[in-house]
Design a protein around this ligand. Structure first.
Ligand code: SF4
Ligand code: SF4
Length: 358
């Protein structure tokens, strides 16, 4: 069996920091039944929306040794992604989640984790390992907590007491015996409930879990098709993702910015004006968001989200461009949201006129 000497462990930790990771910690592979049961109950309640892959992943999540034979440990890393924010956040500008303003994080983090994995394999040549970032079949929040990276917030995110919650998580599952760095007792929330009261759609449930069906991040990114009008009306200017439950969190009050050049914001205030986003055609969309996670949602969802934002803006200057989209679109989703957006803006126009007449 492959082994690491103590100084090699320190070497790996240093390598992780050199690659830009904010933390490097280790959890044992064992998973308590109660954790899997809680997750299964969440799936049974259909709180995962249309993300069926979460059901498909369950057998692997519950049995990580199906991913790596004789797996013993999970190396957990975090990477700070918050970029400096030069973009206005108001009803006439589309909001893009902070994690999505630079290069696709899947690629950036995976490359770095692969480099860390190579380093492990040069030290322990006969070990087996696999690397996971984000949507892999791994209970990443559980292992991050077990390894001592942070505690789980009411918004369901892992919160580090040094970096806050604007972090990506990554894992290396390995059969290599490693020193476990230790679970933290850190409860980031205590009596705080700020994110629950600020969430625009009431998506944060008890028990530090989310109802994805109501979450704007899910609706704008994962969900395809027509969003119920009443829900869309609460989505504000969110075109891609939502950071409300993180921006309000006291653990993010101190603004720590990522030093990673790939996560620098690529967009300008002018670009995110709704009047400009509404005019982007499909080829412009594909070209502009080349290499960005935003491209993954596809043009139809992007346009739908931008139309919803225009409908929520109360700014009637968007009516002509919405009328133009309604006459040209082949998409039932886009057409329906355009009709609702125009109705909402016209209703607002009538309200303003009648107030002026008084
Ligand atoms: S991402 Fe937005 S919608 Fe989702 S839980 Fe957080 S505040 Fe609510
Ligand atoms: S805002 Fe408050 S309740 Fe929500 S995650 Fe942060 S500390 Fe916890």
């Amino acid at each position: 069996m492959a082994h690491l000497r103590n100084n090699n462990f320190e070497h790996l930790r240093n390598k992780a920091f050199e690659l830009g990771f904010s933390s490097f910690a280790v959890a044992g592979i064992q998973l308590p039944d109660r954790y899997a049961a809680k997750y299964r109950a969440w799936l049974d309640g259909h709180y995962n929306g249309t993300m069926d892959y979460l059901n498909t992943h369950l057998p692997l999540k519950e049995n990580p040794r199906l991913l790596v034979e004789n797996a013993m440990n999970v190396i957990c890393v975090s990477f700070l992604y918050r970029c400096e924010d030069p973009l206005p956040n108001d009803p006439d500008h589309g909001y893009f989640s902070l994690y999505a303003r630079g290069r696709d994080y899947h690629k950036v983090i995976k490359q770095k984790l692969n480099r860390l994995a190579e380093e492990i394999q040069t030290i322990a040549t006969d070990c087996s390992l696999r690397v996971f970032v984000d949507s892999g079949p791994v209970f990443e929040k559980y292992y991050a907590h077990e390894a001592g990276l942070g505690g789980t917030g009411r918004n369901s995110l892992v919160i580090s007491n040094t970096c806050g919650s604007f972090i990506f998580l990554g894992e290396i599952i390995t059969n290599l015996p490693l020193p476990i760095t230790g679970k933290t007792d850190f409860d980031p929330c205590k009596s705080c409930e700020r994110c629950i009261s600020i969430c625009p759609t009431g998506a944060i449930m008890d028990n530090r879990q989310l109802n994805a069906n109501l979450c704007i991040a899910y609706l704008t990114i994962e969900y395809k098709g027509i969003i119920p009008h009443a829900l869309a009306a609460r989505m504000g200017n969110h075109v891609y993702g939502c950071d409300e439950c993180q921006l309000c969190c006291p653990w993010n009050r101190k603004k720590r910015y990522s030093q990673e050049p790939d996560f620098k914001c690529r967009y300008t205030a002018d670009f995110t004006k709704l009047e400009n986003l509404l005019k982007l055609g499909e080829s412009d969309f594909l070209r502009t968001f080349e290499g960005s996670p935003i491209r993954r949602i596809g043009y139809e969802s992007f346009l739908r989200n931008t139309i919803i934002a225009a409908g929520n803006s109360a700014n009637t200057q968007y009516l002509p461009v919405l009328e133009d989209i309604a006459t040209r679109t082949q998409s039932e989703t886009v057409r329906q949201h355009t009709v609702w957006a125009m109705e909402d803006l016209n209703r607002n126009k009538t309200k303003v006129c009648s107030q002026t007449d008084k």
